[in-house]
Design a protein around this ligand. Structure first.
Ligand SMILES: Cc1ncc(C[n+]2csc(CCOP(=O)(O)OP(=O)(O)O)c2C)c(N)n1
Ligand code: SF4
Length: 251
């Protein structure tokens, strides 16, 4: 009897991610959401430039590769040309919050009916561990060998907080995948972000706090602990915007 299987919306291609990298968990949650909503046949994903550049090999739906940071613009074009299709982007923090910040903010303020999966691992993984807009104060990276100096580099950008200050976007939530409880919450948020699009609600972004043990210079276990002890306190989990939530006054 099979009790645990691969979601249909993942291909059989083995993932190339490093041991302990949580990109793979997030891929699985996205694929489960596609399976549960039965939308794989009409979904088009937009792959970023970053460690998940080959997401087009892993998701069984149609995929498009965007230039670095441009995924929300590509997704906007796809959604407007094919409004009946489900369009999502899968982007790292370098891709989304650095080179792609403008596309992200403008897609949010247009409340484009797209789904964004934003993987925040506080570093540029693919290119060897440079400082990202989300690297923590004092974090040692290849380009901040003495730790991120906020007097020179500024403070990290809290993307969920920043986007939720806009009036337009429909749904923004930050989750993590460092333990079973958080993975289950992440699953719910990702499912909701896709369901919102199916229901025509508008811009839905899930920020997933993720690991990069390779460039953090940690074992997989240490990386999960670092998420709990350092990242989550700086990037609190929770719903930052949900225009579908029933307010206390309405109850
Ligand atoms: C226009 C352009 N500038 C820079 C790069 C180099 N580059 C490739 S991936 C990347 C950062 C990726 O980091 P992130 O988005 O955080 O994803 P991760 O690899 O950590 O998953 C950079 C700077 C590029 N490919 N194109
Ligand atoms: S370099 Fe980091 S983000 Fe990239 S696959 Fe390895 S652990 Fe994951």
């Amino acid at each position: 009897m099979i009790v645990f299987d691969k979601p249909n919306a993942l291909t059989d291609t083995p993932l190339h991610y490093c041991p302990g990298c949580t990109h793979g968990i997030i891929h699985r949650l996205v694929a489960e959401a596609m399976d549960e909503l039965d939308i794989e046949g009409k979904t088009v994903g937009v792959a970023p430039v970053g460690c998940s550049v080959m997401a087009y090999d892993y998701f069984a739906c149609d995929m498009v590769e965007a230039a670095h940071g441009r995924a929300p613009a590509v997704a906007t074009g796809l959604k407007r040309a094919m409004p009946d299709n489900i369009i999502f982007t899968y982007q790292g923090d370098g891709d989304l919050a650095s080179i792609g910040m403008a596309e992200t903010v403008h897609a949010a303020t247009r409340n484009e009916n797209i789904t964004i999966i934003f993987v925040n691992n506080a570093i540029y993984g693919m290119t060897g561990g440079q400082m990202a807009p989300t690297s923590l104060p004092g974090q040692v990276t290849q380009t901040s060998p003495y730790g991120r100096d906020v007097s020179l580099c500024g403070l990290p950008i809290k993307v969920s907080e920043l986007l939720s200050s806009l009036d337009a976007p429909y749904y923004i939530e930050r989750v993590a995948v460092n333990n079973v409880k958080n993975i289950r919450n992440a699953k719910k948020a990702i499912l909701k972000a896709f369901r919102n699009q199916v229901e025509g609600k508008g811009f839905s972004l899930v920020e997933v706090v993720s690991t990069c043990p390779t460039n953090w210079g940690m074992t997989p276990k240490q990386a999960l602990e670092w998420v709990e002890e350092k990242m989550i306190p700086y990037y609190p989990l929770g719903v930052y915007k949900d225009q579908g939530a029933v307010s206390k006054e309405e109850v």
